[in-house]
Design a binder for this molecule. Structure first.
Ligand code: 8YV
Length: 328
């Protein structure tokens, strides 16, 4: 009996083509109609899912009696109800590593864009306002030599820190669950209490997964510690930051600016943030380059096929949650 693979978000048509003789392949596409309806129609037959950007838990998967594995094309897996998947014995895999550098590039794009007010001054110039030499009111702030504070020095945080240290001669402060002595040696990174990081960093960058422990990690108190010369950069998950508190801090200029790639609600069609000049907003593009998204899809495909063949996938997230099934 051929197992069924459901691609529940847009994947390249060529990704699964080579496997159509081995598996029944269903690829959801917006042009085929309502995506939720396509998912509900296809999910009862699916043995393996591949895709991203869709919340999946009991409500969505109760009818998926054949489901063996969800291969997420993402490094974050807060979209998935892990305890439900563990109870069902369903494997969940993600795509770590392949997007670290691309996401770190985006973080630095936001650091530079906010510091030097690029989007604001681009619009100002294009509106024909540059009629005389610019003045102090158009000045930004430096990045080189400043202090970059990273909360969560994981793989992506490390890539950001490297850019800061070796690219811009920045001083690196970090906080998080784990000490990184090698990075302290290599980058001169200093582990400091979060309060010190927030009060001493010119750029504050939370790079943590979204968990109950990191939700609203940056709230009113933390923003108040940052001060009027500091800039918040968020390329992790929107709910890591109290977005209402951030709006107020930006509006009242109790922090200098923010560069945001992620939001509490996505997609974000309208927001008070869009009216503020001291915030740069981009639409969750951290991993959004062709090369990286292709690499992620291939990594997810490898995980999916390995799991459907009954072997342990490289990027199994819930190894322990599946208990006896896999020996570590
Ligand atoms: C996904 C993301 O990469 O990888 C993640 O966790 O945040 C996203 O950028 C993207 O949505 C593709 O699924």
């Amino acid at each position: 009996m051929k197992k069924t693979i459901l691609a529940f978000s847009r994947v390249s048509p060529t990704l699964l083509e080579p496997y159509k003789d081995t598996y029944n392949i269903i690829v959801m596409r917006p042009e085929f109609g309502d995506m939720d309806a396509q998912f509900e129609d296809a999910i009862p037959s699916a043995h393996g899912l591949i895709g991203g950007n869709r919340r999946l838990g009991e409500a969505e998967l109760a009818s998926a009696k054949n489901l063996e594995i969800i291969s997420s094309i993402s490094v974050g897996y807060d979209n998935y109800d892990l305890s439900y998947l563990n109870g069902r014995g369903v494997m969940l895999t993600n795509t770590p590593d392949v997007l670290n550098e691309t996401t770190a590039d985006l973080a630095f794009a936001l650091i530079l864009a906010t510091a030097r007010r690029i989007p604001e001054l681009d619009a100002w110039t294009k509106a024909g306002n540059w009629t005389k030499t610019i003045e102090a009111s158009h000045f930004g702030c430096d990045v080189h030599g400043k202090t970059l504070g990273i909360i969560g020095l994981g793989k992506i945080g490390e890539a950001i820190a490297r850019r800061g240290r070796f690219g811009f001669g920045m001083n690196i402060l970090y906080n998080g669950n784990n000490r990184k002595p090698q990075l302290e040696k290599e980058l001169g990174a200093r582990f400091v209490p979060q309060e010190k990081l927030l009060s001493e960093s010119h750029f504050v960058c939370p790079v943590v997964p979204l968990t109950d422990g990191t939700r609203n990690l940056i709230g009113r108190k933390e923003l108040a510690l940052m001060g009027p010369e500091s800039i918040l950069i968020n390329v992790s998950r929107g709910p890591v930051v109290d977005q209402d508190a951030l709006f107020q801090a930006l509006e009242e200029k109790t922090i200098r600016a923010a560069g945001l790639d992620v939001y509490v609600k996505e997609p974000l069609v309208s927001s008070g943030l869009f009216k503020l000049k001291n915030v740069v907003t981009v639409p969750h593009i951290g991993s959004a380059t062709s090369d990286t998204r292709n690499a992620m899809a291939l990594r997810a495909l490898e995980n999916l096929l390995t799991g459907l063949e009954g072997r342990q996938p490289r990027d199994l997230v819930n190894t322990h949650g599946l208990g006896h099934r896999w020996t570590q």
